[in-house]
Design a protein around this ligand. Sequence first.
Ligand code: ITT
Length: 403
Amino acid sequence: MEIVLATQNKDKIKEIREILKGISVKLITFQEHSRELSVKEDGKTLEENAIKKAEVWMKETGKPALADDSGLEVDYLTGAPGVYSSRFAGEDVTYADNNAKLLKIMNGVPEEKRTARFRCIAALVFPDGRKEVFQGIIEGIIITAPRGKSGFGYDPVFLVPEYNKTLAELRDEIKNKISHRAVAFKKVREYLSQDKKTTKIKVCGITNREDAFLALSLGVDAVGFIFAESKRRITAVEACKIIDALPQTILKVGVFVNEEEKRVRQILELCHLNMLQFHGEESPEYILKFREKTIKSFRIEDEDSLKNIPNYKASAYLLDTYSEETYGGTGKTFNWDLAVEAKKFGPIFLAGGLNLDNVEEAIRKVEPYAVDVSSGVESYPGKKDPKKLEEFVRRVRGISNAD
Ligand code: ITT
């Protein structure tokens, strides 16, 4: 997995790289992304700022992004400079200016009243909407004159009592074990090592009970029933019989194409669907009428096909291959670079010609929230091939669990 480091502070990048060393995640910095993004840190808390920074970079790149906001909290100053640490002495000041201002204010304050802490909030934000926050703290004392040359920021005035040294006097490897950033990012590290990628699988075009139970037994996440003109169309009554026999654990998605709202509601009620997929030219307003979870499909031809996506507020977006003749099930793939680009809009269901031969490459390249397969695992239209489906699931899970 690739993660973007949402910071332009080179000192931090160095520290974070060191703390996360050895983890099977590729960290991309603004230098590699060859773009600078300035994010206004106008939040009232470190957490707000950290999430804001990560979100801006996640939206810009379509990749998970990791940011931190850190601050020094001095007890004598009732927690200041805190969220304003970088601009304590004003806008565009140096670390030395901030330190000088702090020492001036603290002049004459006795040692027992010079207690302080660094707090770091790390935020990890994913394109599918997940947000995770991790905290790290280190306690210390503000000394009366700067000491030491390593580190950055307030390090030369922050004494760590256990070592009787300032953070700027400690070797990098020690700072990167005990600092606020080290504590927060070790939690990030643990989280990421547990977070095995699990691409969800939706099997669409279910027309019979046997296929539904095959999908269930293989641990597929969702099954789709097509209530529109298609070789795989199913009637509401037939779908209802299958759905009633399936457990809660598998999601049941109803697929509609330019259907009347009233008819969708009838089928929704009759069949107890969990999700509605709109595969036609439904408007953003039409989709908003449904309180249920929705997937809006887009047929992708070229870059222009992505332009309309941000107008829709759906729970997820399904990308299918464009065809003049049909609304879906073309069996053909499209340019997956466009799917990578679309990830910034929300969770992506990747569809369009997925099969045993290309699904692994698709997941490696796009890392979608879910893959959607129909004709690629059939023996003929409307009937799934057990061997193909089993192998498809095995391949997806194989990639998903690989480091
Ligand atoms: P980004 O927002 O690009 O990540 P930044 O330099 O603005 O970088 P922060 O807002 O997180 O960083 O940090 C605010 C200030 O807190 C920073 O300018 C330093 O003066 C201070 N600071 C943060 N971490 C520190 C550390 O490990 N040691 C010393 N001072 C630190």
